[in-house]
Design a protein. Structure first.
Ligand code: HEC
Length: 575
């Protein structure tokens, strides 16, 4: 009921604004289409865009509050594509209609690729954008645009990043929600400024291993040392074969192409002679026959999981894959469709508990069914996936800790609660574990946007092992296990992890854009991590690289992919 009331209030000010628009000579907006437009926006656009103050939407895309009537690429601080900047368009109804029907055709080269083929839906979304924009003039937008705001005392500041600097997030002393305003502060990607350098601890060196890749992301190393890299947006898997001294990719070939958003990769079975390369696409799992040394797929892929989730088109899009150490189970991570389940239908506590009895503690339903989860499949059976663990908003990197056999997730947490909430994390994932999303975070902190909805889950969310500075965008984790090789790291690194942070957008002071060393003691995380590779940040507005994937090469060096600079870097140790 509470939600219903809130909706009526919200709708009434939009209608009032629509009335004002009519007085200003715009065509009156039909209210039913505004509601339909909001619903469609939430489903198809809100993961990337916000369009109303506090709507819970928004990711790495421009804020659409007030977009109606604005010139294209009109936000001062957003790093638009060159194509959109040069388009000369203004977002009136006709132009939006054309653009949304085929964005890639109207502005070739734009980063905006989500088409809305149905004309009615387009019309409703446009009516909605028109109405919210007018309403926003009346109410103050609460997402402030990037400013030179000073960080709060004790809040992370990238200017202090330095190799070896230790971090530990104190979960008992998190700030309250909305302690600082929520800031849209996307990074502008610039070429490397003269003199800008990546920094690593003393004794280590860094060089470019491969360049001119196409947004390289996840990486895996084959037994012979070939490095497989997923070019997710290009739908391609490439193979980088290291030179004799290991310093550079000597050849880069295409292993497979024509895939849809490939990210996760895993050789199977483990060991020196895998027979398959499994690949997790956006909504399915396939495998290619593989013999060590292959640099292109010998044949067509075999489909292993036909459909991971019913509505994979929306929301977090990368899927990672891992096998249990005994080879019997396959894990696949599937991120949420939204920021904080704002599109999920409401259930009473009794209904939610009935759902849970079938799908696992804290399992989500409706648009979020089988999402924000790690799914598990029996290898060799056609059985459907089951929820292995839930409440993990976006487990981009899924990996097994070699020393212990534990499954780990590295996760982006939710946005729009302020600069220092919610910490991202890496954690061991236990069977049946619930990690909080969307109702709770970091253990027993209730999300204020879903307050009172799940009292039954209070105290049931697991506190993750290694929380990171909020908005770091922690994506992947690799365990360092090389004990030999000409570039192998000192032995105190063996058993520790390296986590890779793609970098913030929802924080006034930029954070992330770095690689950190995750400390273990006898195979158990201590909760501490130190900066290991830093230097991509130019200012609070601009960066020259965004690290994503990590792999330990056969010579013991650590490889890091950068999907903004289109490179792979190599960090080696020199005795
Ligand atoms: C996967 C993320 C994503 C989704 C989903 C998405 N967009 Fe976008 N959108 C973007 C990005 C990124 C840009 C910036 C494009 C550029 O710079 O070329 C953009 C740009 C736009 C712009 C131009 C904004 C400006 O400031 O000029 C409009 C309008 C727009 N999107 C509308 C929509 C609508 C409506 C939907 C839902 C049907 C939607 N988008 C879904 C990522 C997304």
């Amino acid at each position: 009921m509470r939600m219903h009331g809130a909706r009526i209030i919200r709708r009434s000010w939009i209608l009032a604004a629509a009335g004002t628009l009519a007085q200003m000579g715009f065509a009156p907006v039909w209210s039913a289409s505004i509601d339909a437009g909001r619903a469609a926006f939430r489903q198809q656009c809100a993961l990337c865009h916000s369009a109303e103050a506090n709507d819970g939407g928004g990711g790495d895309a421009p804020n659409l509050l007030g977009v109606f009537g604005r010139r294209a690429a009109g936000l001062a601080n957003y790093p638009y594509s060159k194509a959109l900047l040069a388009s000369g368009l203004t977002w009136d109804a006709a132009t939006l209609d054309r653009f949304l029907s085929a964005p890639a055709a109207v502005v070739p080269g734009s980063f905006m690729r989500v088409a809305v083929p149905e004309q009615d839906t387009r019309a409703s979304i446009i009516a909605y954008l028109q109405a919210t924009g007018a309403a926003s003039a009346a109410v103050n937008a609460s997402v402030s645009v990037a400013s030179a705001r000073k960080p709060k005392k004790g809040s992370e500041d990238w200017r202090q990043d330095a190799p070896g600097r230790m971090h530990r997030i104190d979960v008992a002393n998190l700030p309250p929600p909305f302690d600082s305003p929520s800031t849209a502060n996307r990074s502008r990607i610039l070429p490397r400024p003269p003199g800008a350098k990546l920094r690593v601890p003393a004794g280590f060196a860094i060089n470019i291993f491969a360049s001119d890749l196409q947004a390289p992301r996840n990486m895996r190393v084959a037994p012979n040392g070939d490095i497989f890299v997923a070019e997710t947006a290009a739908g391609r898997i490439r193979v980088m074969r290291p030179s004799a001294d290991g310093a550079k990719a000597q050849t880069v070939t295409i292993f497979a192409q024509g895939l849809t958003g490939p990210f996760g990769m895993q050789f199977y079975p483990a060991g020196d002679t895998p027979q398959w390369l499994y690949i997790a696409e956006n909504n399915r799992v396939v495998r290619y026959a593989y013999t060590v040394g292959d640099i292109r797929a010998a044949g067509a892929p075999e489909i292993i999981v036909k459909e991971l989730v019913p509505n994979s088109r929306f929301g977090h899009s990368t899927r990672d894959i891992a096998f249990s150490p005994d080879g019997r189970r396959m894990f696949v991570s599937v991120g949420s469709a939204s920021n904080v389940a704002e599109n999920m239908a409401k259930k009473s506590v009794a209904e939610a508990k009935a759902w849970e009895a079938e799908h696992g503690l804290g399992a989500t339903w409706d648009t979020e069914a089988h999402r924000a989860d790690v799914l598990v499949f029996d290898v060799g059976s056609d059985g459907p996936g089951k929820v292995f663990a839930s409440g993990i908003r976006n487990c981009v990197g899924l990996t097994i800790q070699p020393q212990t056999g534990d499954l780990w997730c590295t996760t982006n947490e939710r946005d729009l609660l302020g600069d220092d909430l919610v910490p991202d994390y890496s954690t061991r994932v236990k069977a049946g574990g619930y990690y909080g999303w969307p109702w709770y975070y970091m253990g027993n902190h209730e999300d204020p946007r879903l307050k009172g909805e799940r009292p039954d889950l209070a105290g049931k969310a697991t506190v993750p092992d290694v929380p990171y500075t909020a908005h770091s965008a922690a994506l992947t984790l690799v365990f360092y296990n090389a004990t030999s090789g000409r570039s192998a790291f000192p032995k105190e690194y063996v058993g520790d992890g390296f986590a890779v942070m793609h970098g913030s957008w929802n924080r006034a002071i930029r954070t992330g854009y770095k690689v950190v060393r995750v400390r273990m003691k006898n195979g158990v995380p201590t909760g501490e991590y130190d900066d290991f590779m830093v230097g991509f940040i130019i200012s609070d507005a601009a960066v020259w690289g965004r690290p994503v994937g990590s792999a330990v090469a056969n010579d013991g060096s650590l490889l890091i992919s950068d999907d903004a600079g289109n490179r792979v870097y190599r960090i080696s140790y020199h005795r």
